[in-house]
Write a protein that binds this ligand. Structure first.
Ligand SMILES: NC(=O)c1ccc[n+]([C@@H]2O[C@H](COP(=O)([O-])OP(=O)(O)OC[C@H]3O[C@@H](n4cnc5c(N)ncnc54)[C@H](OP(=O)(O)O)[C@@H]3O)[C@@H](O)[C@H]2O)c1
Length: 233
């Protein structure tokens, strides 16, 4: 039977590339976006490939997550890619002395709390799936061990806290045989990564899908980069 992957933040960047690669691997793809009417890369791809199901969700809104769950009904989800993310303000509003309180809360809502609320909302769909895998787009910026340059309080703390969420999920979801992984996609050429980033979305996503394929109960809860290297917490 055809397997199903659900990808959040699928309208651009890394999320859109996950849509393309899982579609070409033969998966039924459910792609979420905040604005399904926008003329963007997802619109072009889903018009050319009408089997791609597009659902409108702002992941930081619990009511919209409940709406997603009721739309999915008892549809099994084999793989969930929790990709949607927000950097927050670049520059002064994220640096010592000027950190913006409201932006910090917004970033935490999107990067840390929403991924957990998403799993809570579609837990039964994941249990019904055969692969039972969840991949979270985290970041090496959330690693304590890797932080030698300081700053970026908002983004760093949101991804470090996401890693704590993922670790707890790896313990709590063991009984359901759901395996989870925290992924660092590399520094990737997207709106977030910018034009000076080191790798393109194809390279990043190709590497991450390999890691997801190998995800099992023994490596559940690990923090792994797109090139397969483990990242210290
Ligand atoms: N690019 C990098 O170098 C890099 C490095 C490390 C980690 N990451 C992580 O990789 C993931 C994807 O990054 P990217 O580079 O592809 O970023 P991007 O180009 O900025 O895309 C971010 C995606 O997240 C969506 N999003 C943001 N807030 C949302 C919300 N409240 N509800 C639903 N969707 C929301 C955006 O939707 P809209 O278009 O509606 O805003 C967009 O689809 C993120 O979690 C990011 O933190 C990226």
């Amino acid at each position: 039977m055809q397997k199903t992957v659900l990808i959040t933040g699928a309208n651009r960047g890394i999320g859109l590339e996950f849509v393309k690669q899982y579609h070409s691997a033969g998966y039924q793809v459910i792609a979420t976006t905040r604005n399904p009417l926008a003329q963007d890369g997802l619109k072009v791809f889903s018009q050319a490939n009408p089997d791609v199901k597009v659902i409108s969700v702002d992941i930081s809104d619990d009511k919209q997550l409940a709406g997603l769950a009721s739309m999915l009904k008892d549809q099994p989800i084999d793989i969930l890619i929790s990709n949607a993310g927000y950097y927050g303000p670049k520059g002064e509003a994220s640096q010592f002395g000027q950190v913006n309180h409201q932006e910090w809360i917004k970033t935490f809502n999107i990067n840390t709390i929403a991924p957990l609320k998403l799993i809570e909302a579609i837990h039964s769909n994941l249990i019904a799936g055969k692969e039972k895998k969840v991949a979270f787009l985290s970041s090496k910026m959330g690693s304590m061990a890797d932080n030698s340059s300081g700053g970026s309080y908002i983004y760093r703390s949101s991804k470090a806290a996401l890693n704590a969420v993922i670790k707890s999920l790896s313990v709590d979801l063991e009984k359901d045989k759901i395996n989870v992984v925290s992924l660092h996609p590399g520094w990737v050429q997207t709106e977030m990564g910018g034009v000076n980033a080191l790798i393109d979305t194809q390279t990043s996503v190709k590497g991450m899908t390999k890691i997801i394929t190998k995800l099992n109960s023994k490596n559940s809860g690990e923090f792994i980069a797109y090139d397969g290297k483990k990242i210290p917490w």
